[in-house]
Design a protein around this ligand. Structure first.
Ligand SMILES: Nc1nc2c(c(=O)[nH]1)N[C@H]1C(S)=C(S)[C@@H](COP(=O)(O)O)O[C@H]1N2
Ligand SMILES: [Mo]
Length: 545
């Protein structure tokens, strides 16, 4: 997509993205579970740690054989270029930042070595301690003893990633630092000055960091933020049902009925969020249709828009997990747009693609059955936040996000499940992902403690597009008791529930289960998120004193 300044043209991101795509599903699951929404920071950190380690090795080698250092950079560059140009949204042009980066790196290597090698007694270090020949001993071998981000300790320990680059460039443990590297004609044997090397590296890191920050500022982010601020949302042709006053029980610690945008969970494969300028955005509908359609953002805003309250949930959510959120969406009905293209009768799947190449496969019959499946432009009264898909994303009540909720959507191919496959399908997740009924205890918090006496147990339950009809709670495997249900505007949102409890001192286990409007009660049988969503009852333990 030429319309985008692709973040994946940056090699760190491209290598990270490639790592995301190549990671086996179980490892990815582990990462999502272990690091949650920080998994991206961990991954980028891991790539940087590996980079720093490789750079350190190149630096050490280059002190002996400068040509080997340059060769190292070249190999490095090849890895970066391959990672960048094999990204789904890449063109040959995208290799430029990597090539420039490697060239600058190679130049910096030469410069640093020249800077660090001190030949003459009269060198610039001067000052009180004039005798230069021992200048190198000024910093004894307190080798960069900061923290031991061991090279090769990939993603796991990224916390020190930022500092990693700095000390490592200074070379390894002491003795080696004393050894002259580059011979000069005549005069004294040159010496290797660690301080000059380190200050050079530090200067380089500062310049590079400032450059990166500046690049971000100048880049697309600013344009897109401005464009987002400039969006005027049309009023809906079909307004959402008013939210009943009793939809929010207003209990401390209980998830509010509407999740504020800033608190809404985020799950996607994007290491750097795609910055899509609505002025350049188009949505192409093609494939098994009579008349392919291409819509601009302005076109989309001119369509009659529908407003709907819909709870999104992620298939990766563990029982009791946080990957669920409820928002008011505004968007064009997917069914209207698709119908205008003329659907062929043999189609059964929509393969949607995001600006960064993620794909998603959605059952066509679900989108066409009259529910509020939207090409959404707004979330809780504002243009979609960039993290949540600006300028346009899909929202389909009743389907997990990975098979329905494409953010930054730019392309919809009308196709067949037996002909196309979406991103997660070959990675161990089911091709179809209807949401499984779930209930969650928000208060008291799991593992928490409370005072004996009258207490409130409360949470949310969801069975999107069917609706929640009952929630039951039991303590210490006693009798199931019916919880009080909050009101809901329809079947597509989660439903708050609460129940009073006379808490007695000691440790207690609280369990919850929901029954949907079709009379199906959640199964007790635990299942992990993969391949099509976790099952089982949410259970917590609390201490009452
Ligand atoms: N472009 C893109 N859209 C995506 C994804 C993604 O990885 N890339 N992930 C999906 C998944 S798995 C979920 S659960 C929802 C989450 O939407 P949110 O981040 O707005 O909560 O987005 C969906 N849309
Ligand atoms: Mo998801």
């Amino acid at each position: 997509m030429a319309a985008l300044v692709g973040p994946t043209t940056f090699p760190v991101v491209a290598v990270g993205d490639a790592a995301v795509d190549l990671t086996p599903a179980p490892v990815k699951d582990f990462a999502i579970r272990a690091f949650g929404e920080n998994d991206k920071a961990v991954l980028v950190g891991g790539v940087l740690v590996v980079l720093a380690a490789v750079a350190a090795v190149i630096g050490l080698v280059a002190r002996r054989w400068l040509w080997a250092g340059y060769l190292g950079f070249a190999l490095f560059g090849v890895v970066g270029v391959v990672a960048v140009v094999t990204r789904p949204d890449a063109g040959a042009f995208d290799a430029v930042p990597t090539v420039v980066g490697v060239a600058v790196g190679a130049w910096a290597l030469g410069w640093l070595l020249r800077r660090a090698v001190v030949g003459e007694a009269s060198d610039v270090r001067g000052g009180a301690s004039g005798e230069a020949s021992d200048g190198r001993d000024r910093e004894p071998d307190e080798a960069p003893a900061r923290r031991g981000d061991a090279p090769g300790d990939a993603p796991g320990e990224a916390s020190g990633a930022d500092d990693g680059a700095l000390p490592q460039g200074g070379g390894g443990p002491g003795p080696e630092v004393e050894r002259p590297v580059v011979m000069r004609a005549g005069g004294e044997a040159p010496t290797f000055d660690r301080r000059r090397l380190l200050t050079g590296v530090a200067g380089g890191v500062v310049v590079a960091g400032a450059g990166a920050v500046l690049g971000q500022q100048l880049g697309s982010r600013r344009t897109v933020d401005a464009a987002r601020g400039g969006v005027t949302l049309p009023s809906p042709a079909v307004a959402a049902k008013p939210i009943p006053a009793g939809a929010d029980l207003r209990i401390g610690g209980l998830s509010p009925f509407i999740t504020p945008n800033k608190d809404f969970y985020r799950v996607d494969t994007a290491l750097v969020v795609p910055q899509v300028d609505p002025a350049d955005w188009t949505l192409r509908i093609h494939g098994l249709v009579d008349r392919p359609v291409e819509l601009t953002f302005a076109d989309l805003l001119k369509l009659p828009l529908t407003e709907a309250d819909v709870t999104l949930t992620c298939v990766s959510n563990e029982v009791g997990g946080p990957y669920a959120g409820n928002a008011r969406w505004l968007g064009a009905r997917m069914a209207d747009v698709l119908r205008s293209a003329g659907l062929r009768s043999d189609a059964d799947m929509l393969l949607s693609t995001s600006a960064d190449g993620f794909t998603c496969g959605t059952p066509l019959d679900v989108v066409m059955d009259g529910r509020d499946a939207l090409f959404a432009v707004a979330m809780n009264g504002e243009a979609l936040p960039v993290d949540h898909g600006f300028p346009v994303r899909q929202v389909v009540p009743g389907l997990y996000g990975y098979v329905s909720a494409t953010k930054w959507v730019v392309d919809v191919k009308v196709t067949r499940f037996d002909q196309d496959e979406a991103y997660w399908t070959p990675r161990g997740w089911s091709a179809k992902g209807p949401i499984k009924t779930q209930s969650r205890i928000d208060v008291p918090s799991s593992g928490g403690s409370l005072k004996a006496g009258s207490a409130t147990i409360a949470g949310v339950a969801w069975a999107q597009h069917t609706g929640v009809d009952a929630v039951e709670v039991r303590v210490d495997r006693g009798q199931w008791r019916q919880a009080k249900l909050a009101e809901v505007p329809g079947p597509d949102t989660w439903r708050q529930w609460s129940i009073d409890w006379a808490a007695t001192p000691g440790e207690h286990t609280i369990e919850v289960r929901a029954t949907d409007a079709a009379g199906r009660t959640q199964t007790e049988q635990p299942a992990p998120p993969a391949p099509d969503g976790a099952t089982g009852w949410h259970s917590i333990t609390v201490q009452v004193a």
